[in-house]
Ligand binder design. Structure first.
Ligand code: 7TS
Length: 407
């Protein structure tokens, strides 16, 4: 299936916005949803909406089977060994907070170090800042190379025997940089540290194999890969999760409750307090079916073509800067002369082209880039070369509109 055919499977993309066919280039913020995911959610609510893990009635059994079936799909998708290593969460942010609160609280102490990078999304900075403050630990940053990549010699320099956690994004949501997780994990493990991977921008776009990467934790969101909002997952190595305390207490996660003490269910349910994200998880399962049917070889190839074509077409523009390395995932963050990114995005929006403008929840990275904001076009399976032509034409218009800035 080519991208034009794939696009037809996403009903929302078949519309005009501001009088022009919608060109959706904001999938790093959230992707659109294929009809199969929309129908799966509809089917759950129409046919078998019930709570899960609660006994014998038929609808509840179907819902439980579908919910646990979705967990198995996530396991297989991440190439994890055991489905008990998959915890459903609200998404990447919740997953990372869970690790910082639970693993971090018990394993990071005064004088210890937490190593991160300046290219992290706020969701992979603030939980560690807070943990460091609570514990009197130090937050340490691996410096970036001028092109926005990480050099392994800097990783070796930053990680020491004091390091307890290395938290790093697999793919930068601003630069598109793909980080060397496997090599970083090897270095971290030599010093007894665990590696927490923010997979928000990798899970939707590339083969992920948590066993091959040998990361200890991996977090991702469903809504960036065709799934519903409000659901994602945390993978953790079983022996680590087993030793960790839950962070949310209440229904669903308990085994026995006494007046003054209680015990927890086994993995993964001890981390899923309250009625779980049933519809969300089932929808995420359908999204995983969708992307795995397309195939990650195809998805990676397609996005590489779009990146190559973007460099070719956007390279024709003068006063145009693309941030980040040439080898990258499927997104282009840019600056058009001195025009404010919000103004660029507003002109593009009038043409029906959706891009994101702002700090992309990466303020430390904006500081490193010496900008306050940027504009970003991000791609997914339904984007075509024509979308990039439309973006290029839109940017030419923006340049004309703001021609006083360029004169
Ligand atoms: N980590 C990275 C690398 C991200 O790109 C995002 C979301 C998150 C974590 C948080 O994910 P959430 O699903 O928990 O919100 N990134 C973006 C973005 O680039 N534009 O909008 C959201």
């Amino acid at each position: 299936m080519n991208a034009t055919e794939i696009k037809k499977l996403f009903p929302i993309l078949d519309q005009n916005v501001n009088g022009n066919p919608l060109v959706y280039l904001d999938s790093s913020a959230t992707s659109q949803k294929p009809i199969s995911v929309i129908e799966k959610l509809d089917d759950y609510y129409r046919r078998y909406n019930s709570n899960v893990h609660r006994g014998v009635h038929t609808l509840g059994t179907i819902a439980t089977d579908e919910y646990e079936g979705a967990r198995e799909k996530v396991r297989s998708f991440l190439h994890a060994r055991d489905s008990s290593e998959i915890i459903f969460t609200r998404g990447t942010t919740t997953s990372l907070n869970l690790v910082a609160s639970s693993y971090g609280n018990d394993n990071v102490g005064e004088g210890d170090e937490i190593v991160i990078t300046p290219m992290e999304h706020h969701s992979n900075i603030i939980p560690w800042q807070q943990l460091a403050k609570r514990k009197g630990a130090t937050l340490k940053y691996i410096p970036l190379q001028p092109n926005g990549t990480i050099a392994l010699e800097d990783v070796r320099e930053a990680i020491t025997d004091k390091t307890k956690v290395v938290a790093v994004t697999h793919v930068s949501n601003v630069l598109g940089t793909i980080n060397p997780i496997k090599e970083m994990a090897e270095i971290a493990h030599r010093h007894g540290a665990v590696v927490v991977v923010d997979g928000a921008q990798s899970a939707p776009h590339m083969h992920v194999d948590v066993e091959a990467l040998d990361c200890d934790f991996y977090a991702f969101s469903g809504h960036k890969m065709g799934g519903p909002t409000g659901v994602g997952a945390l993978y953790g190595k079983k022996h680590l999760l087993e030793a960790m305390e839950p962070v949310e207490f209440g229904g669903e996660m308990i085994d026995f409750v006494g007046l003054y003490d209680s015990t927890w269910k086994e993995l993964p349910w001890k981390f899923e307090g309250g009625t779980p994200i049933i519809a969300g998880a089932i929808g995420l399962g359908a999204a995983i079916d969708f992307v795995t049917d397309l195939g990650f070889d195809e998805i990676e190839k397609h996005e590489k073509e779009l990146v190559d074509y973007s460099f070719e077409r956007l390279g024709e523009l003068k006063d145009f800067t693309i941030f980040g390395p040439r080898e990258r995932a499927g997104l282009i963050t840019f600056q058009l002369g001195d025009v404010h990114p919000h103004d660029v995005a507003t002109v593009l929006d009038a043409e029906g082209i959706a891009v994101r403008a702002g700090h992309h929840c990466a303020q430390p990275l904006m500081k490193w880039l010496e900008v306050t904001a940027t504009a970003r076009a991000s791609f997914y399976v339904y984007n075509t070369k024509e979308d990039i032509d439309a973006l290029t034409n839109g940017l030419v218009k923006a340049k004309e509109y703001f021609s006083d800035v360029f004169s």
